[in-house]
Every structure is written in C-alpha cells, then in structure tokens.
Design a protein around this ligand. Structure first.
Ligand code: SAM
Length: 472
C-alpha cells in the first residue's frame, strides 16, 4: 500500500499509486477548473504534489504549457536568482561488476579500456581541473568492491581536498557512487562530502530488474532505499535523478516526485538536487535500443514541472545535453551545470584520453569551461563557483530554510559575484574577463541590504588585489 512515510521502497514508490495517478491525470488532463486550481497553487511557489504535476504533464494545451514555463522561470528567479553553479565530473574508475544494459561500464563489456586513477593521477587530474578554474567536483565511479572499495573513494576525496595549486582549491566534492551501507555513508559524511548523488535510473521495478540483470545493482529495493540509509548515515544533501529514455517518462516523473515527497516526509528535507540525464550513445551502447527516448519539447516540460513541483531543490544539467538544449532549459529552472567535462578516466590531464574508449557517454557540449562561463554571462546569468553554504554548514534543512526565507539575494548573490571575480582574475580569457567585470558591476547594485552590498564591494577590491578567501 502507498505510504510516503514508510521506509520500504514498494510503499513509498508504490506502483499502484503511480498507475492510479496516471489514470487520474489521463481522465482530468483537460479539466479546466482543475488546471486553473493547480496553476493557482503553483503560483504560491510552495510546490505541487505528484498528482497535480501528472495532470499538467499529460495536458497538451500550448497555453497551459506557456503558463507553466513562465511560472518555472519566476520560481527559479525567486529562489535561485540568475546564478548558475558550475561543477565538473571527475571519473575515478570505470571498473564495474554490474550489468546495467545502458552503461558502457557494464561488466561484460570487453572492449572498453578499464582504468582506475592512482593518487598521483588524481593530483594531475585535479591540477588540470583547478587550472581551468573549477572549485566543485562530482566524483564518479563504477561499482567494484575489489577495485573501488570505500577506502579507495575516501582516499581519493582526501587527496582532492588537499591539492593546492596556484590559487586553486577544490572546495566541495560531491559523490556519485553506487548504493551502499549506512556505515559507508557515514564514512563519506566524515570525509566532508557535499551532496551524495545516486540516480534511480528507473522507478519501474520490473524494468529496473531487466535493465540491471546482474550485480548488486540488480536489487531494486536496496537501490531505492539508498537515500534513506545515506540520510541515516548523516548525509544531509542527497541528489536524485532518473535516466530518461529507459522507461516511459510519465511513470518516471511521478516516481521521482514521490521519492522527493518521501524524503521530505521522513527526513524533513527533500532532495538537495535533481538531475535530468537522458541516455546517450557510448561504447557498446546505442540509445535507439531503448524505446522510451524523449523529445527536446518533453524534456523542457519535465524540467519546468520539476522546478514548479519542488521549488527549493537545485536542478542539474550535464554536458550530456547540447549547448542549444541547455540554453533552452536554463530559464526553466536549472541551477547547476557542468562545464569543460571529460567523461573518460584520466581525461583532464591527458585530453587525448578523452578520445579513448574509457568514457561513460558521449559529451554533447564540448566547449571549454571559459567558453561556458562567457556564454552564461552573455545570457545574463552569473556563473557561480560558490561553495559557501556547504562550508558554513548550511546543508539539509538549514539550507532549505535559508532558501525558503529568500535570503539568497543577500548571501548567495554576493558570494557568487566574489567567486566569479576570483575566476576572472585567475583563469579567464581577456574577453571573458571584460564581459564578467561589466556584469559584476551591474549585479553588485542589486544586493538589497546596503551593509552586505558595501561589504561585497570591499571584498571584490581585495580579490582584485590578490586576496583569496576560502569562505566562499
Ligand atoms: N556506479 C554508480 C551507480 O551505479 O550509481 C555511479 C553511476 S555512473 C558513474 C553515473 C550515471 O551515469 C548513472 O547513474 C547513469 O544514470 C548515467 N549513465 C550511464 N550510462 C549512460 C549513458 N549511456 N548515457 C547517459 N548517461 C548514462
């Protein structure tokens, strides 16, 4: 039976409830009274339930979609402003014992070059990432208890946090590794990680089991209950995601929102982020083998619906998507993007390695980080390298109440400008620097609190004079 408060996967992601929800939405998708009520509720910026979102998802009236997009943009601006947080993935190891049919790391793939970074390799990779200007990483690894045990992941995190190169430092390490035990999540927490990210891939249990035929990841319940163990282990910030293309998208979106509702109900805090990956070509993987690919239009609508449903949750889009698609969904609620990414193991230090076949998927947006930063600023977004919330202990419910109270303009906005200034001073191409300084001069005036504004102006001068501050 459906129960969002339960700790059992089949009760909080309940198949019957998803099917009922989709039937409810199918029969009411053109009910104009209901649609107006749902949109009116969405305008309060307090979120929507999975049932309400399903009705909007199945409705096909362009006028409703237009209202939805407007609303998604308003909510994004209200809570996240025009800041876009920048990160890069760092692939540690592609050894994997699982059999995921969509992933080139699957154990039976004998063509892929298997690689695992040594600590010396990590120093080289992270130095290259710091030279690009990155401050925030998401580390990624296949699941392999022999090659990638938790001790290896912890050692890598420790190495990464200790690398200081010129003015560079990685200030936040997010972790995307396979579902594990509460004890190991606690170790990750102690190691100072930011967000623990784990994509559900699909919420449809039967499909999940077929798509993960072998290996520990085959266990749907263990995978689906991972975020509860992570939170019990002390990790405040968790990141959800569906790999769109594996199953039908209405089922997935409803499942994803039920998962968010469950975390909020049980732990008092919803997901810190939601990622929206779509399946991409990779070594041994042809996305056309999966029947549920979604168009760019549906993708945009899903992004807008997530923004409206969970206004305080960050939304991440990776370089799996092209520049054009990223540009389309930025105003619909995206708050974090990756830039200059390499999905191969060792791809930053030796860019040729990016062309070898150790990569996880083909990157569609192949621009450098500097090009991404400049593009964002030309679109009037503020690229942010800020990690201050995490450094100040504003995680989990503390971050959420900060976000809900609208304090972001007085804190996140100036902090973002500081970190952009650092980037411009240390890494930017001359034209990027010129555009960035003009942007900062315009944006600094928008800090509402005069004392915060003056402080920010003073800091900006200090950064230009060479000061670097690890508070951000
Ligand atoms: N091994 C960990 C796990 O099982 O969660 C880390 C996952 S992997 C490094 C990160 C994510 O990439 C996966 O969760 C999956 O959603 C995504 N992925 C795998 N194959 C992909 C493909 N062909 N195209 C796009 N994304 C893919």
């Amino acid at each position: 039976m459906y129960n969002p408060n339960s700790l059992h996967a089949e009760e909080f992601i309940n198949h019957a409830e998803i099917m009922d929800t989709l039937e409810y939405a199918r029969t009411r998708k053109n009910d104009t009274t209901l649609l107006s009520e749902i949109l009116a509720k969405a305008r309060l910026h307090k979120g929507l339930s999975h049932r309400e979102v399903a009705v909007l998802l199945l409705n096909e009236d362009p006028a409703v979609t237009e209202q939805l997009y407007k609303l998604a943009n308003q909510i994004k601006l209200a809570y996240y402003g025009n800041r876009i947080v920048i990160f890069a993935p760092l692939y540690l190891s592609n050894y994997c014992v699982n059999g995921c049919t969509y992933c080139p790391y699957h154990a039976k793939n004998k063509h892929i070059s298997r690689k695992k970074l040594t600590q010396e390799d990590i120093v080289r990779e992270v130095t290259a990432l710091q030279d690009m200007g990155h401050k925030r990483l998401a580390i990624e690894a296949g699941e392999d208890p022999l090659h990638n045990p938790i001790s290896y992941i912890l050692e890598c995190i420790d190495t990464i946090y200790h690398i200081r190169h010129k003015n560079g430092a990685i200030r936040r390490v997010n972790v995307n590794i396979a579902a594990t035990t509460e004890e190991e999540y606690h170790m990750l927490k102690e190691a100072g990680i930011g967000t623990y990210i784990l994509f559900q891939e699909t919420y449809h249990k039967e499909s999940y089991e077929k798509l993960h035929p072998t290996g520990p990841k085959h266990n749907y319940d263990y995978h689906t209950e991972a975020m509860d163990r992570a939170m019990a282990g002390g990790i405040d910030d968790v990141g959800l995601g569906v790999l769109f293309g594996l199953e039908n998208y209405p089922y997935e979106l409803v499942g994803l929102l039920m998962h968010a509702e469950h975390l909020e109900a049980v732990h008092g805090v919803g997901p810190h982020t939601i990622s929206v990956p779509r399946i991409k070509p990779a070594e041994d993987i042809n996305p056309d083998d999966f029947d549920n690919g979604i168009s760019d239009d549906v993708f945009a609508k899903i992004c807008a619906l997530i923004r409206v449903a969970v206004p305080y949750t960050g939304m991440i889009i990776s370089t799996r998507e092209s520049q054009a698609v990223r540009e389309r969904v930025l105003p619909l609620g995206i708050s974090q993007i990756s830039g200059g990414s390499r999905t191969s193991v060792g791809g930053y230090d030796v860019p040729e390695a990016a062309d070898d076949n150790s990569a996880q998927f083909d990157v569609s947006d192949r621009r450098t980080l500097d090009e991404v930063v400049r593009w964002l600023m030309e679109l009037d977004y503020i690229p942010s390298f800020c990690t201050a919330c995490y450094r100040e202990g504003r995680t989990g419910d503390r971050f959420m109440s900060f976000c809900k109270s609208g304090q972001i303009l007085n804190y996140c906005h100036p902090n973002a400008l500081m970190t952009l200034q650092e980037y411009l001073e240390d890494y930017a191409a001359p034209e990027t620097k010129r555009i960035g300084q003009a942007l900062i001069a315009r944006q600094i005036r928008q800090i509402p609190n005069p004392a915060r504004r003056e402080k920010a102006e003073a800091y900006l001068k200090e950064i230009a004079a060479g000061m670097r501050d690890f508070r951000f």
